[in-house]
Design a protein around this ligand. Structure first.
Ligand SMILES: [Zn+2]
Length: 113
């Protein structure tokens, strides 16, 4: 898989961390977009929802999104997702997250500054 440097348009291979042309830190780049993913309305069990969350966060990182909005519902999945996100934040995999005001069934996860 290849990516495109958002700074200069140079394409690079996935294992590169800095743009070969302009030297920009590629894993810090984002296009300002928010990706919305529903991880809890398909009858998922908690473990399945958490797996889905992790793979969607990985995908959003690769797609250079700024935020990912997880639709988590109102039950056990939400509680477990919040715990998992706390862990991801501690490890530095995400910047921050917040239960959406006015819609507690959704969590907004900030991936990059
Ligand atoms: Zn570049």
């Amino acid at each position: 898989m290849q990516g495109i440097c958002l700074e200069c348009g140079m394409s690079f291979s996935e294992d590169t961390r800095y743009c070969p042309k302009c030297d920009n830190a590629l894993d810090l780049q984002h296009d300002g977009s928010t990706i919305t993913v529903d991880i809890a309305h398909d009858g998922e069990r908690v473990s399945e929802a958490l797996r889905k969350m992790q793979s969607e966060i990985d995908l959003a990182h690769k797609a250079a999104a700024m935020c990912i909005r997880l639709i988590v519902g109102s039950g056990l999945i939400r509680d477990e997702v919040v715990l998992a996100l706390r862990d991801l934040k501690f490890r530095g995999d995400i910047k921050d997250f917040d239960l959406e005001s006015g819609n507690r069934g959704a969590v907004l996860v900030r991936l990059k500054d």
